[in-house]
Design a binder for this molecule. Sequence first.
Ligand SMILES: [Zn+2]
Length: 484
Amino acid sequence: MKRFGLLLIFGVVFGGLPSALYGQPSAAPPVPAARSGMDLDKLAEEAIEWLAGLIRIDTTNPPGNELAAARYLAEILQREGIRAEVFESAPGRGIVIARLQAGAIPDPSRALLLLGHTDVVGVEPERWSTNPFGGEIRNGYLWGRGALDDKAMVIANLAVLVALKRAGAPLRRDLIFLATGDEETSGEHGIEFAIRQHWEKIAAAFALNEGGRVLVKNGRVHHIGIQTSEKVPVNVEVIASGTAGHSSVPRSDNAIVRLARALTRIAEYEPPVQLLAVTRRYFEGLAAIEDGEAGRWMRALEEPGRTDLAAARLGAMNPVWNAMLRNTISVTLVQAGFRSNVVPAEARATLNLRLLPGESADSLVAELRKRVDDPNVRFEVAAPSRYPAPPSAIDSELFQTIQQVSKQFFPEAAVLPMLSTGATDSAQLRLRNVQAYGLLPFPLTEEDLARIHGDNERIPLDAFRAGLRYLHRVVAEFVGAAKP
Ligand SMILES: [Zn+2]
């Protein structure tokens, strides 16, 4: 009931938002209504139906089942006269690639890749107020797993391709559509497969992907975070050993106790604050629009001698800010024992490290080893499934286009480069010299965003419409289709 009450309130609040939030760009150059204005409105309603259909294809990963989603998307593209190719990466799994070409031959050196993933994380259906794979439209929202992460982005990307195709305007750059799968685990059957097997079809100088945000606060777009870099996940096993035996004869070298002691010491360690070019720009920009205490502490980050205190205060206000400022360590799994009357010989825990770009797991583990200071506790660094990638430039043509279009659409909002604490498919692209940016284009509140990987995921329909319009303008400006 509580949930339901909240939903009703939210529906009303959203319905009453000023039209400036979701409306037309305030200072956009005039575009003939017949070509992009009304058509885009109609297309947005079609795209909502496409999104509902995509949500109804259960692509919970594992096992993924993304091939059905890839075929579904290919069908829509083909109906629009856009050639789409589906590739099976493993039984039942697959990706789809399509292209609008500017010239006679493909030109990756200027191309823009629109990337999204069709797989989703699992659900606990009993905690949902609706069928997570029902694609239900209710109270101004489209509900379902993937409504935000990442099926809305996939469909918005697809709809932008369709809009440009329908408009028939000549392009200055190739525009490539790629829907991967397997993003929620290793990427092996998704982005890795696409890069390994079909690079010539997706090679591009620039890419747009998930990972950024258009954040709504107090009924207004507060800032636009463009993800230019991301932290790198690495798992480390901590293994404590001791003497096994009967529990009736306790010993001082109990492996579980030893592990517990080690974990406490690990938890007490906070890696040092490191300001990168991107986080520096992010906090400077945010400080200018955050009022009160948060803004003051953001400015204090750069003051000699106050950095640590500032980071601690900011971290207490928002743990994501803390995670953007340093390497982090989370204990995520513990395994020990098999019988209540047996002391086991070994106890182990998994640490999930999130490293700032350019940081090495080995030096962080060396520090942990020193602090644990126990020869019977060893550390094993797992092979990384994601790789450290160089950041994308914050002055590239695409970044500038996003900035300009953002100013037209959301004139009061700050546009900030952002380091995401989570990993995306963009890292694999950046490793191949693609300037990849995370831009989830839909204006969303923290409350909306918190449903990603949570219960009752949903997208406000108005946010979808506004996000599509905004993304369309960014892409159209960049590939040249907006120019008469
Ligand atoms: Zn995602």
